[in-house]
Design a binder for this molecule. Structure first.
Ligand SMILES: Cc1cc2nc3c(=O)[nH]c(=O)nc-3n(C[C@H](O)[C@H](O)[C@H](O)COP(=O)(O)OP(=O)(O)OC[C@H]3O[C@@H](n4cnc5c(N)ncnc54)[C@H](O)[C@@H]3O)c2cc1C
Length: 416
C-alpha cells in the first residue's frame, strides 16, 4: 500500500473530540492548580478533570476490546495526545501514567490477571489510578546493570504462596492515588533474588495500593508538570499472592522496555502539542505586536525565519511520532526503535522550539505576561523523564548499534 497520512473520518472525529475537550475542559486546569503551593494538592485538584477525561472515554481507550475497553490504537492515541498536550500537560500525563502502570499487565499478564486488574480499573475509570513504580530512590539509570549488587534493590522475597516486598521508590506518578494513600494498583519493578543479575531476577509484581505496608512518605515538587504527582513510596513487608507476578523472574527487562516504548512514542506526540502551543503564542505575538516599531514584528525577516524553523520542526516531530506509533501497532510493540528515537528527538526539539519562541517574543516571555515560561518548565521534563534521554540513548540505541548485524534500515522499512 502506498504511503498515506490521510486521517480516516473516525480519526478526524477523534482529533476534533480531543481538541474540543482540551479547549472546554483542560483549559481550566492552569488556573485551578495555581492557588495550591503543595504539589500533592495541585494533583488532587485535577481529580474532576481526570474524571471528565475518563467520562470522555480516554481510560477505556487504554484497554483492548477483549477486556471491555475501547482498544484505541497507538496512532489514535497520538492524535489525541497532541490535542490534549497543546492545552494542558498535567491531566494527560496522569492518564499516560495509568497507561504506563497497565502496560506490564497488557503485555505480560495472563488472561486471568488481565481480566481482574483491567476490569477493576474499568469498573471505576475516573477514580482508580494505576502506577508504574520503577525508579528507585537511589536512581533508575542502571536498572539493567548485570552486576547483582547494582541496579534495582527493591526485593521480592518468596514466602510460601506470597511475595514479600521491601524497597523505596520515588517519582511513582499516580502512586499515591486520589486519597494520598495509594493508587488502585502499582506495577512494582523489583528483583526476586538480589544475588542474581537483573536478566534473571528483575520482575514486575502487581501490588494493590491498599496492601498493608504500602506507604506514601512524601512528594517531590517539580519545576514543570506542576500537577503531575511525584510521590515517594515505601514498600514495607508488603505481602501479595504469588499470582501477582507478571511473567517470570527475569522478564522485568522486557517488561520495562515494552512499557516505556509505548510512552516514548506518545511523548513524541505530546511534545508536538507543546511545540504547537509555543508556535501559536509566538505567531499571534508576531502578527499583532509592533514593540513600538513601525510594523508588526512578523514583517522582520529574522522573525519570519524563526517561525519557519518552529513550524518545520513541529511538523517533523508529528510525522515521526505517527510513524513510530504505527510501527508499534503493526508489530505488537516488537519494533520499538522509532519510538525510542521519537522520544529523544521530539523532547529535545521541544525544548529548542519553546526557547526559540521565547527568543522571538523577547523579554515578556520570561514573565507571566505569556504562557511561554510555563511551557518551558513543562518542556524541560520531556528529555529527563521516561528513562531519561541519556539513559535511553545508551541502553536502547547504543546497545543496538553495537550488536552484530544491526540493520539501520529495518525499522524504517517496517522489518524490525
Ligand atoms: C514528571 C515525572 C514523571 C515520572 N514518572 C515516573 C513513573 O511514573 N515511574 C517511575 O518509576 N519513574 C518516573 N519518573 C522518573 C523517570 O522515569 C526517570 O527518567 C528515570 O527514573 C531515569 O532517570 P535518570 O535517567 O535521570 O536516572 P538516574 O539514575 O537518576 O541517573 C542520572 C544521570 O546519571 C548519569 N548516569 C547514571 N548511570 C549512568 C551510566 N551507567 N552511564 C552513563 N551515565 C550514567 C546520566 O547522566 C543520568 O542522566 C518520572 C520523572 C518525572 C520528572
Amino acid at each position: 500500500m502506498a504511503i498515506d497520512f490521510t486521517l480516516s473520518p473516525a480519526q478526524q472525529a477523534l482529533q476534533q473530540q480531543a481538541r474540543t475537550f482540551a479547549r472546554d475542559v483542560l483549559s481550566k486546569v492552569k488556573d485551578t492548580i495555581a492557588v495550591y503551593p503543595r504539589p500533592e494538592d495541585r494533583f488532587f485538584a485535577t481529580r474532576p478533570f481526570y474524571a471528565a477525561m475518563a467520562e470522555a472515554g480516554f481510560v477505556h481507550a487504554l484497554v483492548p476490546t477483549a477486556y471491555g475497553g475501547g482498544g484505541m490504537s497507538t496512532v489514535d492515541f497520538a492524535l489525541a495526545a497532541e490535542e490534549l498536550a497543546a492545552v494542558d500537560i498535567n491531566v494527560p500525563s496522569t492518564l499516560l501514567a495509568t497507561g504506563l502502570g497497565l502496560e506490564p499487565i497488557l503485555g505480560f499478564g495472563n488472561d486471568a490477571q488481565k481480566r481482574q486488574w483491567l476490569g477493576e480499573i474499568l469498573a471505576r475509570p475516573g477514580e482508580r489510578l494505576a502506577a508504574f513504580a520503577f525508579t528507585e530512590v537511589t536512581g533508575g539509570a542502571n536498572f539493567d546493570n548485570p552486576d547483582p549488587s547494582a541496579g534495582v534493590q527493591t526485593h521480592a522475597r518468596r514466602d510460601g504462596d506470597h511475595w514479600v516486598i521491601n524497597g523505596q521508590k520515588h517519582y511513582t506518578t499516580n502512586g499515591c492515588g486520589w486519597d494520598g494513600k495509594g493508587a488502585h494498583l502499582l506495577s512494582v519493578v523489583c528483583r526476586t533474588d538480589l544475588t542474581r543479575p537483573p536478566q534473571e531476577s528483575l520482575a514486575v509484581i502487581v501490588v494493590p495500593g491498599t496492601a498493608p505496608g504500602v506507604e506514601v512518605t512524601g512528594y517531590l515538587d517539580t519545576v514543570g508538570h506542576r500537577a503531575v504527582v511525584s510521590p515517594r513510596i515505601h514498600f514495607n513487608d508488603v505481602r501479595v499472592p504469588v499470582s501477582h507476578l507478571l511473567g517470570a523472574p527475569g522478564d522485568g527487562m522486557k517488561i520495562c522496555q515494552h512499557a516505556f516504548s509505548w510512552t516514548a512514542a506518545l511523548i513524541g506526540a505530546a511534545c508536538t502539542g507543546v511545540m504547537r502551543a509555543a508556535f501559536d503564542i509566538a505567531f499571534e505575538f508576531a502578527k499583532n505586536d509592533r514593540r513600538s516599531g513601525a510594523v508588526p514584528v512578523i514583517e522582520h525577516q529574522n522573525v519570519g525565519y524563526m517561525l519557519a524553523d518552529i513550524r518545520m520542526r513541529l511538523e517533523a516531530a508529528r510525522y515521526l511520532s505517527w510513524k513510530a506509533c504505527h510501527q508499534l501497532d503493526l508489530t505488537e510493540r516488537r519494533s520499538d526503535e522509532l519510538a525510542i528515537m521519537t522520544k529523544i528527538y521530539a523532547s529535545e526539539l521541544c525544548v529548542q522550539v519553546v526557547y526559540d519562541a521565547m527568543r522571538l517574543v523577547g523579554v515578556d516571555s520570561y514573565t507571566d505576561l505569556t504562557p511561554l515560561a510555563g511551557l518551558m518548565q513543562d518542556a524541560l521534563c520531556f528529555p529527563l523523564y521516561d528513562g531519561g534521554n541519556m539513559g535511553v540513548r545508551r541502553r536502547q540505541l547504543h546497545t543496538r548499534f553495537r550488536a552484530p548485524g544491526y540493520d539501520p534500515m529495518a525499522s524504517a522499512e517496517g522489518r524490525g
